[in-house]
Design a protein around this ligand. Structure first.
Ligand code: GLC
Length: 422
């Protein structure tokens, strides 16, 4: 079996993925939690399957969109908490193959992703709201057993029937009344056994931590942060939080600028950014999502060097929407001796970075290659770049490529007042 570092390599380099939430909730148009939040009985909810009619070729459109956004991998909800499977399963009749479109959407998705050259990820919800044994395992022990049989059987199907799967994202590992901790979840789902089977079938796979068992990646939701022990993939909605599935009237769309800030910040922290779309019932991607993804993609076409295959950088600077941040201009990413200063708040003709502890060799604008004069004070660590355009060269984010003599390091500041009379 490959080591963690070997397994995670492509994923680290990829930096940016597209999450696709698609299921019967896409028909309801009120978000993927509708069945539970409205306590819709299972038989009534199942009727939505009749109207779940993805247009032929919709998976191709998802991939075109992911490519246009500059993403390198995709993750599809093969079944969400509602239990409806987008794949053929001998463990369930509640599938897109037996109902609705009578098509294996996972197959279409996997084929389209591979054709587009995107890495393939599958999301699978362990919990299925149709099982009383999930909510009340002691009261309905047989239902709990049936749920577990289904989970283990379906994960085996997903890991066997679709060729190489590169990422497996569990969800819904928590217990229904949220009274227990991660070790208890792992025990409930028999996660140890489940993941051993997954690794045997897919030796190179990357598995997330939501079964309760830590594996390869941490997957915080709606926030960008560094991993506590493993690499982090921060996932986020474009619209309001907790509307991952298509939500017809969805307030608070994030702007392309905000989304880009999150992406750059994820790279700065050495993690990935998984940005979600929630296609409509027919599989189409709504304009609000499309135009934002296209804007990010256009930026990445020019500035992708600062993001893909980049590492975290020691130099100071950050930028997340809504966070107070004293290092105004923006975060740095890095590749060996090169620092990429991703400036969201363009300062005008002179840009000043502080606490730069490594000698600078050259400064240019990544988009054009044009070089700019700079001064670096080896005592104070102040780097001043001059002759820059008054207006931001890129309306979203302008990247200064700074070549250093060594890996750029933050200068220590043992006397916090030293700068006043320097
Ligand atoms: C959550 C939610 C869910 C969403 C997911 C995204 O745990 O329950 O609706 O699909 O996270 O990662």
């Amino acid at each position: 079996m490959e080591t963690y570092e070997e397994r995670i390599k492509w994923f680290r380099e990829a930096r940016f993925g597209i999450y696709i939430h698609y299921g019967l909730y896409s028909v309801a148009g009120r978000g993927e939690w509708t069945m539970y939040s409205e306590r819709i009985p299972a038989a009534e909810y199942a009727k939505l399957a009749d109207s779940f009619l993805p247009e032929p070729g919709c998976a191709k459109e998802w991939m075109e969109t992911a490519k246009a956004a500059g993403a390198n991998y995709v993750v599809l909800t093969t079944r969400h908490h509602e239990g409806f499977c987008l794949f053929d399963s001998q463990y369930s009749d509640f599938t897109s193959v037996k109902l609705g479109p009578h098509r294996d959407i996972v197959r279409e998705y996997v084929d389209a992703a591979r054709e587009a050259g995107l890495h393939v990820g599958l999301y699978y919800s362990l919990l299925d709201w149709r099982f009383p044994g999930y909510f009340e395992p002691e009261k309905y022990p047989q239902s709990k057993e049936a749920l577990l049989r289904q989970v283990h059987g379906q994960v085996r199907e997903l890991m066997t029937n679709y060729g190489k799967i590169e990422v497996l994202e569990y969800d819904g590992g928590w217990d229904a009344d949220l009274s227990e901790g991660r070790p208890q979840w792992a025990e409930f789902w028999k996660a140890e056994e489940l993941n051993a089977m997954v690794r045997e079938l897919q030796p190179g796979i990357i598995i997330n931590d939501r079964s309760g068992k830590d594996e390869d990646i941490e997957t915080p939701e709606q926030v960008v942060r560094a991993g506590k022990s493993k690499m982090t993939e921060s996932c986020m909605c474009i619209g309001d939080s907790c509307c991952w599935g298509y939500t017809r009237f969805n307030p608070n769309w994030k702007s392309a600028e905000q989304l880009l800030q999150y992406l750059v910040q994820a790279a700065q922290l050495g993690g990935n950014y998984l940005l979600n779309i929630g296609p409509e019932a027919n599989g189409r991607i709504r304009n609000e999502e499309l135009e934002r993804l296209q804007a990010i993609g256009s930026w990445l076409k020019v500035n992708g060097e600062a993001i893909y295959n980049s590492s975290s950088c020691d130099l100071i600077g950050a930028s997340q929407p809504g966070l107070v941040d004293l290092n105004l201009q923006g975060p740095w990413t890095r590749k060996e001796n090169i620092g990429y200063w991703c400036i969201f708040r363009w300062p005008g003709e002179v840009a000043t970075a502080v606490r730069v502890g490594t000698p600078v060799k050259s400064v240019s604008l990544l988009a054009t290659g044009k070089t700019y004069p700079f001064e670096w004070n080896s005592k104070t660590g102040r780097l001043t770049i001059s002759g820059l355009p008054k207006l931001p060269p890129d309306p979203l984010c302008s990247v200064l490529k700074v070549e250093f003599e060594d890996v750029p390091r933050r200068m220590a500041e043992p006397d916090l007042a030293a700068w006043i009379n320097s």
